[in-house]
Structure formats: C-alpha cells, structure tokens
Ligand binder design. Structure first.
Ligand code: MN
Length: 244
C-alpha cells in the first residue's frame, strides 16, 4: 500500500508542460499499481473552475486521464482548493474521483493524520477569509452557477486580478499559516501529522504543543522547476521532488 499526496497543480491552458507532467505522473502511477496506490489531490488541481458545464479541451483531457487512473483501480481522492471548489458531481461521476471533506482525518500506520488544502489555516489574511466566506456559501454558489458561462468567466477573471493585486501588497507572513491556528487544530483533533498545500512553501515542520508532537508537511505547487509531493510508501511519509 502506498499513499501519495499532491496539490496546487493550477492546471490551465497557458501551461501545457504542467499538464503533460501531470499526465506522465498518472501514467507512472498506473504502471506501478502493483503497490496498491491511493492518490490524494488536495486542492487547486485547476487554476480556475467555474462549473462542470464549462467544458474545454483541457478539462476533457484531464477528466479522461483521471478516469483512466480510477478505472486502473487507483483510488483517487480530491478535496477543494480555493480555486476549484466549484467542481461538482458531474466531474466526479465522469472521473471516478471521490470528493472528501476538508479537513479529512484518518488513521494510517498508527498515526492520526489530518489533510487539508490549507487556506483555512491562513487566518491572518483577513481579506481572503472574508472572500472565502462569501464564495463558499451554498446560496452564493447556486446563484453563480446560474449565470451564463461567459459571465462566470468574467467574474472569476476579475476576482483573480483583485487577488493578484492584493497579494503584491501583503507580506509573506500574512499569507502563511497562522501558528496558533495550527496548534488549535492539532489539539482539537489530536493529530500526529498535518498534510496541506496552498502556501506553495514545501517543507516539513515539527510542532510541539501541550506535550503533543506533530509533523506538518507542506506540499509544493507544480512548476517546470520543481514538483514537491508527499510519498507515503514506507513507514514515514517523505516529501519528494518529481523533477530533481
Ligand atoms: Mn490554494
């Protein structure tokens, strides 16, 4: 048995290399499936998702690649990122991917593990947290999905520009996880391991809180220079770079 965790691919039409790297990665999983692999995609698979009815050649390509994976008996889990939280049932049915909640807690190899995209840990970014509250509201989403695709794309584009502009003004600390929030999460769930992405700052952190020892693994985003994923094949999980 082997579990692998990936996040923040941000697949989009402008980066065909990342798309082909992802496709090759899925093919390598299929080839090695004698290991009994489970794949966890923990958010921001796509740079943007305005609804399952917005079908592009890229979306079709990724959906068939994922379907090939799941029909090769590789159990594939997905949890929402801050960019692709509108992925719905049609996508899930067409790919065989299973949506899991955020946070997702399970026990494996005697360790209690919490998996999350990670954006909820970044509470110092109050502007983003306010935006998140709005767009993760079911009524807001229902209204948004009722708009024509062109209007949805326009709104998503404007939101992206606004977030890019404000990101430039924010400090690196504001956009990172909040330590007290991490400790609260550790104590509330009594977990030994936290796995998340979102911040694009791959690292392994060790936290001691109330005499409880926890490791926090942060995955990297996919670039043509590095792809840091978490591979849990042996006793302990390890961050590996698919490129180097
Ligand atoms: Mn993210």
């Amino acid at each position: 048995m082997k579990k692998v965790f990936i996040s923040d691919l941000h697949l989009n039409d402008d980066q065909p290399l990342i798309t082909s790297m992802f496709k090759s990665y899925l093919e390598s999983l299929i080839k090695n499936n004698k290991d009994d692999i489970e794949l966890y995609i923990i958010g921001d698979l796509f740079e943007s998702w305005v609804g399952d009815d917005h079908e592009t050649p890229l979306h079709q390509y990724i959906k068939s690649a994922l379907l090939e994976l799941t029909t090769s008996n590789i159990k594939t889990y997905f949890l929402y990122g801050n960019r692709d939280f509108l992925i719905g049932n049609k996508f899930l049915e067409e790919t065989g991917v299973e949506l899991i909640s955020d946070p997702y807690v399970f026990t494996y190899k005697n360790k209690k593990v919490l998996v999350s995209h990670g954006d909820e840990f970044c509470i110092d970014d109050t502007e983003y947290q306010m935006f998140r509250k709005i767009v993760r509201n079911k009524d807001w989403q229902k209204d948004f999905l009722g708009f024509p695709i062109s209007k949805r794309l326009k709104i998503a584009g404007e939101a992206k520009d606004a977030s890019q502009n404000s990101k430039e003004k924010k400090s690196m600390t504001i956009m990172d996880v909040n330590q007290a929030t991490i400790e609260k999460v550790i104590n509330a769930h009594q977990v030994d391991l936290i796995i998340h992405g979102h911040t694009h700052r791959p690292a392994k952190h060790i936290i001691e809180s109330n005499n409880h020892y926890c490791e926090r693994f942060v995955l990297g985003d996919w670039t043509d220079e590095s792809v840091i994923i978490l591979d849990w094949s042996n006793e302990d999980p390890v961050l590996i770079d698919l490129i180097n």
